[in-house]
Design a protein around this ligand. Sequence first.
Ligand code: GRF
Length: 196
Amino acid sequence: MKRVAILISGGGSNMVRLLESMTGDHPARPVLVLSNDPAAGGLALAHHMRVATAAVDHRRFGRDRAAFEAELADHLDVAQPDIICLAGFMRILTPAFVDRYAGRVLNIHPSLLPKYPGLRTHQRALDAGDEQAGATVHQVTADLDAGPILGQARVPVLPGDDTATLAARVLAAEHRLYPAVLRRFAAGNRDRLDLD
Ligand code: GRF
């Protein structure tokens, strides 16, 4: 049974879907939900779902990313995860942290990578007049939003879309994609999954 830690920064809607998926014959179980924001709404949801939670307020560390990540690592070393899922986690991790957990860290990004790494992905897709948008689950490497792609989900961009309507459609696709990719990854399957 693989042990999964989930890192969040906010509401945790992806985290909830991941927690809900890890039951029955699923090869993984959650061991920790960890946030950089003690006020993250997802922490309360995880607590209600009987999953251990912890928070390390990144603001306590100013610009000292290494010290912040050392405290994240303290919590992770107690939980001993085989897999770490970043789910709406909004802090950039240093290469040292990524190396420490090399090959075990997944992230979901709200664009069809390699298009639109970074922020404001929906606005950029709308500005470009893209007919498709979507989400990507990838392995986390030292380069931001650039690791090996494990899965993608495509959604149409519709006439009249604004960032809110497009973000909602992409988020719904994330909620289908991430659990499906995690299940494969936990089973040792690295084949790319494409949902449309
Ligand atoms: C959303 O913008 C989602 O597209 C991205 O992170 C943000 C928050 O997600 N993955 P969540 O609801 O906290 O999972």
